[in-house]
Design a protein around this ligand. Structure first.
Ligand SMILES: NC(=O)c1ccc[n+]([C@@H]2O[C@H](COP(=O)([O-])OP(=O)(O)OC[C@H]3O[C@@H](n4cnc5c(N)ncnc54)[C@H](OP(=O)(O)O)[C@@H]3O)[C@@H](O)[C@H]2O)c1
Length: 321
């Protein structure tokens, strides 16, 4: 497993980060523990979660993914200091008017709740899940700085930020001498490129911001299970994937991945992941896996190196998607 520095920081993380969004609804606790243990055994030292994960399931209070990570850590499966835990705050976690957002009040309450669920006394990377235009940016950055100084959080990052907001945040942190964002978690894959590549990518390279893209396999589309003229596979994500990616350009990308995968004697998911990791701005790709087989398959993508011709052929299939 290759390890890369998270942007300008000294923190080293594996190029595969295990996403845990499916834990607590489509993946139960026992399977989730097995997936995390296998990922750790294969060299992954980086886990991503969010307080809000699983709350979209009717009757689910949210926080279950964090709880499952907490029970795995408490089981002693790995030593706490060998794993980098990233979580997020911003989403709605209750019915009260202040139970969401990036206010001082909600963040202070949320970090304590995440620490309890994760059964840890420090969060390695605390990320703002998505912007909150009802809270002044400086209020959010000041409370995050307080959390770093209080030792509850080691690094801070943001997700789903547009470039102007990330640049403004970095500027405020700089002039106010506050802890600044060290990472960005954008949506990025071979079939979803422009949102990151146009403005965020040069900004992150220039400012030394670590980039940890989510959905590098486009939620499963870039694995070959979605094909022209064939039935949708059974997945709770299939209808969303059909609307977003099942078009001629997406299928051409899959065809090209299949050709390149065949040349390397690997599956389609592996060059798809390797393509994301070939971007010089990217630190680590946040993958999702519902089973050990999926995990083992996708993680091998970190071992595939695309040559310049293969990279260019893939780039050409989806320029500016
Ligand atoms: N910051 C944000 O707003 C945000 C948003 C989304 C995700 N995330 C993070 O990113 C993580 C990963 O997102 P994602 O699940 O969309 O990533 P992904 O890696 O693009 O998709 C994962 C899905 O693809 C399918 N799959 C994975 N490996 C496979 C394989 N080898 N063969 C066949 N199918 C395979 C599985 O779905 P099926 O079995 O159902 O087909 C799996 O759930 C999340 O867990 C979360 O931590 C963050």
């Amino acid at each position: 497993m290759e390890f890369r520095r998270l942007g300008r920081t000294g923190l080293k993380v594996s190029t595969i980060c295990l996403g845990t969004m499916q834990f607590g609804w489509s993946t139960g606790e026992k399977d989730a523990h097995a997936i995390m243990s296998e990922a750790a055994a294969l060299g992954c030292n980086f886990l991503d979660t969010a307080d809000v994960y699983s709350r979209w399931v009717k009757g689910n209070p949210g926080g279950v993914s964090e709880e499952i990570i907490g029970s795995w850590l408490a089981s002693g499966a790995v030593s706490r200091d060998q794993v980098v835990i990233a979580t997020k705050v911003r989403g709605r976690m209750g019915d009260g008017v202040n139970d969401e957002g990036l206010s001082r009040l909600h963040i202070m309450n949320s970090v304590e709740a995440s620490l309890r669920r994760l059964q840890t006394d420090v969060i390695d990377l605390y990320q703002v899940h998505f912007p909150d235009d009802e809270t002044p940016l400086e209020e959010t950055l000041r409370v995050l700085d307080d959390l770093v100084h209080a030792g509850k959080v080691r690094y801070i990052g943001c997700s789903n930020y547009p470039a102007w907001l990330l640049a403004k945040s970095l500027w405020i942190s700089d002039v106010r001498q506050l802890a600044g964002y060290d990472s960005l978690q954008p949506h990025y894959s071979l079939v979803h490129r422009a949102e990151f590549e146009r403005e965020l990518q040069p900004l992150c390279l220039d400012q030394g911001i670590g980039v940890i893209p989510y959905s590098p396999l486009a939620g499963g589309f870039l694995t070959g299970k979605y094909r022209r003229d064939s039935n949708l596979p059974s997945s709770d994500r299939a209808s969303g994937i059909r609307e977003r990616y099942m078009n001629e350009q997406g299928f051409t990308a899959v065809d090209t991945l299949e050709e390149i995968g065949a040349a390397h004697d690997v599956t389609i998911a592996q060059p798809a992941n390797a393509w994301v990791l070939a971007n010089p701005a990217v630190t680590s790709a946040i993958i999702g896996a519902n089973s050990l087989d999926q995990l083992r398959d996708t993680m091998k993508g970190a071992e595939v190196t695309l040559d310049a011709e293969e990279k260019a052929a893939l780039d050409a299939t989806t320029a500016w998607t």
